[in-house]
Design a protein around this ligand. Structure first.
Ligand code: SF4
Length: 294
């Protein structure tokens, strides 16, 4: 741990890649999510699909090997189906069937005896200023070219957009997981993969030491900004939140200076849109099921 000038150890900023991504995408959203804890809007149906499939794939690996079949994956999706956000029971049921088929098709391509090194495994690492941790969907153990063991970070995706190798390469979260998996599991790790279940495609990237260093440097820079804003919030800004909510212009200005809104196309999907005039101005009303593929 790095010491400060007065000799006292500096407190590490504890965070996840998601927290850093939230700061990067919109500091106001970051405040609403992690500090102000505003009430979110209605749950999204596409999140219900994603969570149901993720949970089923996690539980599939807990089954005895002879029950790790496509049928079991379908059953797990149906049994744990989350119904939030759908227009009605009919839409929910149709999507349950689609998600079950998607999970079954995906596991049909897996080897049930090839036990992963981790399933929804939490990995962690620390740098000069951050303590970073996150949960990885799956960590595979594979044989590398030189015959040794190598870990691969696998992230499941269930959204509409097909992903490419650049998505895998540019993902801060995946790069952080590589570094954290190395530290937690003490095994060589460099490859990251995005498994897009709806299309059955895999986007991948093999990180180098340089690319990991770049990602970690970027993570540290983002964490530095977020930590400074957190400090300002705890150091007095939080006490002005009530005034800001009542329309006090000075309080609003002070809070926005530390946590500026970043309105853009993603505002339509923001869980805190109803608390955010700047976001509402540039976005449109969506129904909770609008994120489902057609
Ligand atoms: S609506 Fe847009 S600007 Fe407002 S908090 Fe959400 S992402 Fe940020």
């Amino acid at each position: 741990m790095q010491d400060t000038l007065d000799g006292m150890p500096r407190k590490l900023f504890t965070c996840t890649p998601t927290r850093l991504d939230t700061w990067l995408s919109c500091p106001r959203k970051y405040r609403f999510t992690y500090l102000d804890r505003r009430q979110k809007g209605l749950p999204w149906a596409h999140n219900s699909v994603g969570s149901s499939v993720h949970n089923a794939l996690r539980d599939w690996w807990s089954l005895p090997v002879d029950r790790r079949t496509p049928d079991s994956a379908e059953e797990l999706v149906a049994r744990g189906w989350l119904t939030d956000g759908f227009r009605d029971d009919g839409q929910s049921s149709e999507w349950c069937d689609r998600a079950a088929a998607m999970a079954a098709s995906y596991v049909a391509g897996l080897d049930p005896v090839d036990e992963p090194a981790g399933v929804e495994r939490t990995v962690a690492t620390a740098t000069h200023g951050m303590a970073l941790s996150g949960r990885v969907d799956r960590i595979d153990r594979r044989r590398s070219d030189d015959g040794g063991d190598e870990l691969v970070i696998v992230d499941y995706k269930t959204g509409r957009r097909t992903l490419d190798d650049d998505d895998a390469k540019s993902s801060l979260a995946l790069a952080v997981y590589v570094v954290a998996a190395r530290r937690t599991l003490r095994t060589r790790t460099r490859r990251v993969e995005l498994h897009h279940l709806p299309s059955g495609t895999v986007a991948a990237h093999d990180h180098t030491e340089e690319s990991l260093e770049r990602h970690l440097g970027r993570a540290e820079a983002i964490a530095g900004e977020a930590a400074a804003a957190d400090g300002a919030w705890r150091g007095g800004l939080s006490s002005r939140a009530e005034d800001a909510a009542q329309g006090d212009a000075d309080a609003i200005e002070a809070i926005d200076a530390a946590f500026p809104p970043a309105p853009g196309p993603m505002c339509s999907w923001c869980d805190f849109r109803r608390h955010c005039p700047a976001g509402r101005e540039v976005s449109t009303d969506l129904s909770p099921w609008d994120g489902l593929a057609g």
